[in-house]
Write a protein that binds this ligand. Structure first.
Ligand SMILES: O=C(CO)[C@H](O)[C@H](O)COP(=O)(O)O
Length: 222
């Protein structure tokens, strides 16, 4: 059993007719979006707000009707993956580079459902390098400032050795902390640095975590 598939599909039970739904990005929420595509074909009436160009393309291929975030005041629900989640429902996101739009969409969602496999449910955040979206202008200056917060930042690169560029035309600095003692404080400190657009810490945003397990079970933590 694929724990990502189990979690992704389970989360779709939260979706009801008439909802506007934030569609996250990544290989776990992929299974939610596939399932939603099937349900839409069977008559489910929803509108999706995609969090990346990749998700937008997938949703269009599946026939899920989409609206832009700017055309809605709020979303009923967002389903998205995460790279780590702790027991206080604090998250690291951005492994796929979509953290800015993901955070914007989650911030106006009534409910934010996180879909992960059990390996990502941790007691302390930080083993996964924290993605921070920064502007390309003088990125060296920005990562030098970020470094002072006690991490080793590395600009994310593509396989061809060019910098990875986000959907918003920015760079990602993957910041190696090993352990993050105070995620809420770090979230604020990072976002106060000039040149930082947004960081991958999601604090006080998640409502439920849907945890897929290797043995085929799924646990919902709310
Ligand atoms: O934040 C994200 C993309 O920016 C993803 O939700 C996160 O990286 C988890 O992805 P996956 O489900 O593929 O492990």
């Amino acid at each position: 059993m694929n724990p990502k598939k189990i979690a992704g599909e389970k989360a779709v039970h939260y979706v009801e007719d008439g909802m506007t739904v934030g569609l996250g990005t990544g290989s776990t929420v992929y299974f939610s979006i596939i399932k939603l595509g099937e349900l839409v074909k069977e008559g489910l009436d929803i509108k999706g707000v995609p969090t990346s160009i990749q998700t937008e393309k997938l949703a269009i291929d599946l026939g899920i009707p989409l609206v832009s975030m700017s055309s809605v005041d709020y979303l009923d629900l967002t389903i998205d993956g995460a790279d780590e989640a702790n027991h206080d429902f604090e998250l690291i996101k951005g492994g796929g580079g979509a953290l800015l739009r993901e955070k914007m969409v989650a911030s106006i969602s009534e409910k934010f459902i996180v879909v992960i496999d059990e390996t990502k449910y941790v007691t302390q955040l930080g083993k996964f390098p924290l993605p921070v979206e920064i502007v390309p202008f003088s990125w060296e200056t920005t990562i030098n400032t970020i470094k002072k917060l006690g991490c080793t930042p590395k600009i994310r690169m593509n396989q061809d050795a060019s910098p990875f560029v986000t959907d918003n035309q920015n760079y990602i600095a993957d910041c190696y902390f090993e352990m993050i003692d105070n995620p809420a404080e770090l979230n604020q400190q990072l976002n106060m640095i000039s040149g930082v657009v947004e960081n991958g810490l999601f604090i006080n945003m998640a409502d439920s975590i849907v945890l897929g397990k290797e043995n085929g079970e799924v646990t919902i933590i709310s």
